[in-house]
Design a binder for this molecule. Structure first.
Ligand code: MSP
Length: 513
């Protein structure tokens, strides 16, 4: 079995204030990266910043600073954010780095050699905000301005010499590829959108610009810079040291296992990117998953709309793990999700404090008082104990499968239900009434501790810091977390000392309580 896993987030346009939508993409990617790692995979997890193009050039001009200096500063905000979000990315790429520039120019040369590029003239509409070309039928006119229907951004007319990529030639091969690889584009609704877009016909794509200079130069032609999307998409290869295909990184991790992206950039990843790769004769990634948007009211949260919920503010106020948990649980993955501080507070109180935190605290303090602060020695499982313990074994392969389908909703529901069942089990078994039946008392405590251990393993990809704090009860360290062991019912060592831990989550006093 292939035990390497390469996951990518989109590389972000450097903007001074990363918002919740950015945080969401990254946290979900980190969830998958952490899960795969505890399931024995070698994981390469890439994120970074997308620093070329007219959008960045204009932003730097507005600030009257050199574009590279502008990017140096702002790229750092994303590097900082990845630390703040506790991401386990193994690389952070900037498209202004030499390794990337070399890789993009090499890919260009390859496309040129394969006769996939020709020089002509582009006359049409372009959105600087989306860095995308639009056909007339993708636009509407509002108050005398041409607007892209899909994104709401304004477009401007471009009329200049440009190199083109023979995208039209790849229409049929792409459709065949989608058919042969039904999992390539997920979720299914997005796959259907892409297929109908391609079936409508593909026109050759303008892949260079002459009227500005902030980009990677077309090899042997200093007048043109390479279209920022051809440049940006190649980051997935340059981070593996492409064109050195003998490099260990490339050999181990290409083709990518999962490009996790927002649905607004699906066309670039599911149409242009595979077409470039087919044309360059490079293997295609295994999957592109287009997740939904974090909405604020009914709109996509974005800087240009001014409806941003700042992840840093939320983290300062509630802590990182509650935010990670909330985003992963509350947004039904693949769909848009409306988030609110009110729901976040409910989530902290009910799921984290009352359910998980309470379970950990209750069983540990009971064990400290009644089992001499040790993992009970003499136990004898009964039917009701094995029933609750064995649910993990029964679901182990299902969980793996659901993760490979990016079904986060299943994963979190399994956890929430198991937490509920565990609290109920502890209540129903009433260990406090079993003080004259030591073996029964021990067994209930042991069973509940095992469940805390299993659930903390499962919660690690979502709330790593809190899960590690809980695992401190048993002195279990991060490197010891192995998904495969959730089926073991006697993992905890009899007689080993138990550590009392601090409260994991403080309940939020709600104003209307
Ligand atoms: N630079 C391009 C990506 C190039 S990848 C080769 C880009 N950058 S972005 O900063 O605008 O967006 C980065 C990611 O954040 C995208 O996947 C986008 O969908 C996601 N999100 C931006 N706003 C979002 C929400 N409000 N909600 C969820 N994700 C959103 O696109």
């Amino acid at each position: 079995m292939d035990k390497n896993y390469y996951i990518t987030t989109p590389i972000y346009y450097p903007s001074a204030n990363p918002h919740m939508g950015h945080a969401y993409s990254s946290i979900v990617a980190d969830f998958f990266a952490r899960f795969k790692r505890i399931d024995g995979y070698k994981v390469h997890f890439l994120t970074g910043t997308d620093e070329h193009g007219l959008k960045i050039q204009r932003a730097a001009e507005n600030k009257k600073i050199d574009p590279l200096k502008f990017c140096d500063e702002i790229s750092q905000t994303f590097r900082d954010l990845s630390k703040t979000l506790n991401l386990t990315n193994t690389d952070f790429i900037r498209t202004t780095e030499q390794r990337h520039i070399k890789s993009v120019q090499n890919l260009w040369d390859k496309l040129k050699q394969n006769d996939e590029i020709y020089l002509s003239k582009y006359s049409g509409w372009y959105s600087v905000s989306d860095e995308a070309f639009y056909n007339e039928d993708e636009l509407e006119e509002i108050a005398g301005k041409k607007i892209a229907i899909s994104s709401g951004s304004t477009v401007e007319w471009v009329d200049e010499e440009s190199f083109f990529f023979r995208l039209s030639k790849w229409e049929k091969p792409l459709l065949k590829f989608y058919e042969d690889n039904p999992d390539f584009i997920c979720p299914e609704s997005k796959r259907n959108e892409v297929i109908s877009f391609v079936k409508n016909g593909l026109k050759d794509l303008s892949i260079s610009r002459k009227s500005f200079s902030w980009g990677i130069k077309v090899p042997n032609n200093d007048d043109h810079v390479i279209y920022v999307w051809l440049d940006a998409l190649t980051n997935y290869l340059s981070a593996l040291n492409y064109p050195d295909t003998d490099d260990e990184l490339f050999k181990n991790f290409w083709p990518a296992s999962l490009h996790l992206i927002g649905k607004d950039i699906l066309r670039f990843h599911a149409v242009y990117w595979p077409a470039f790769l087919l044309a360059a004769k490079i293997e295609l990634p295994k999957k592109v998953y287009g997740h939904g948007w974090i909405l604020s009211g009914e709109e996509k949260m974005s800087k240009s709309k001014g409806n941003i919920l700042d992840p840093i503010d939320i983290i300062k106020r509630y802590g990182l793990d509650p935010l990670r948990y909330y985003l992963i649980k509350e947004v039904s993955f693949g769909n848009d999700g409306n988030i609110s501080q009110d729901r976040l507070e409910d989530c902290i109180n009910s799921d984290l404090a009352n359910n998980y935190g309470n379970l950990c605290q209750r069983v540990t303090s009971f064990a400290v008082k009644n089992c001499d602060s040790k993992i009970p020695e003499k136990i004898d499982f009964m039917k009701q104990d094995l029933e609750i313990l064995n649910k993990f074994e029964l679901n182990k392969e299902i969980i793996r499968k659901k993760i490979d389908e990016q079904n986060i909703n299943f994963y979190i529901e399994f956890i929430v239900n198991s937490l509920f069942d565990a609290n109920k089990y502890f209540n129903d078994q009433e260990p406090w009434n079993k003080k004259n039946n030591k073996i029964r008392l021990n067994t209930i405590v042991y069973t509940t501790l095992e469940i805390v251990r299993k659930l903390s393993f499962l919660l690690y990809p979502i709330i790593p810091n809190s899960s590690l704090k809980a695992l401190d009860i048993f002195g279990i360290k991060e490197s010891q977390i192995k998904f495969s062991t959730i089926s073991e019912n006697k993992y905890l060592k009899h007689g080993q000392k138990i550590n009392m831990i601090d409260i994991l989550f403080k309940k939020i006093e709600k104003k209307n309580d």
